[in-house]
Ligand binder design. Structure first.
Ligand SMILES: Cc1cc2nc3c(=O)[nH]c(=O)nc-3n(C[C@H](O)[C@H](O)[C@H](O)COP(=O)(O)O)c2cc1C
Length: 196
């Protein structure tokens, strides 16, 4: 697949087939994504990959976070149970969840550099995945900002920033593309010939 074709045709995937992506493919994707640019060669990305029975404690931690944040409040007990069950089933049906996290640098500039590098890593990952017919959803769900969630999964929230959870698997359905804004509305060129 050409680079432009991969960039244009990649879609965020919301529905996955149940089968796992082969371990060798996953290793290849996580490994080659590391060619992302990163300042000072810090390679700030870290990954926790939850799959098969490893999803159990992760899904439980997500549900506890949703409860803490009041997602199920205002509903009767029956409805709450159904909502929780719906989220649990939804998460269980996704073959892989990759939590991407980085150390928080106290220096704001370095923190931003590291965050940018991790995002470059994620984009590399999802483009490479697409080339292998593997779908990804880049998520920034509310539990990533819940310090207790980080504690629950064994990461000190004072030390680590949880950047994203990538949902990963073979696509069951590929959404239609969302149109992009013509770039002339966003690109302003200054070459000395612009009218004042
Ligand atoms: C930083 C970031 C966070 C995102 N978080 C979510 C999310 O939490 N849930 C979701 O459904 N999509 C999320 N997305 C995916 C976007 O919704 C998606 O990229 C956008 O709708 C364009 O669709 P496409 O990727 O198929 O072109 C996120 C994307 C980025 C870059």
């Amino acid at each position: 697949m050409e680079l432009l074709e991969a960039i244009q045709s990649r879609r965020s995937i919301h529905e996955y087939k149940r089968n796992l992506v082969e371990a060798k493919t996953m290793e290849y994707l996580f490994s080659e994504a590391a060619w992302a640019p990163n300042h000072r060669m810090k390679e700030p990305w870290n990954i926790r990959l939850y799959q098969e029975n490893g999803k159990k404690s992760y899904v439980e931690s997500v549900l506890r976070s949703y409860r803490r944040q009041g997602f199920f409040e205002g509903y009767d007990q029956d409805k709450q149970t159904r909502l929780e069950q719906g989220i649990e089933d939804f998460l269980w049906n996704i073959p892989h969840h990759a939590l991407i996290y980085m150390e928080k640098d106290e220096d704001q500039r370095k923190y931003e550099e590291d965050y940018a590098a991790v995002c470059a890593y994620i984009q590399n990952f999802q483009l490479l995945a697409w080339q292998e017919h593997v779908g990804v959803l880049w998520t920034t769900s509310p539990y990533l900002h819940d310090p207790q969630f980080a504690e629950d999964i064994g990461l000190d929230p004072k030390v680590y920033k949880l950047v994203s959870v990538l949902q990963i698997g073979y696509p069951k359905r590929i959404p239609v593309p969302k149109r992009r804004t013509p770039i002339h509305k966003k690109l302003h060129i200054f070459d000395g010939n612009e009218k004042s």
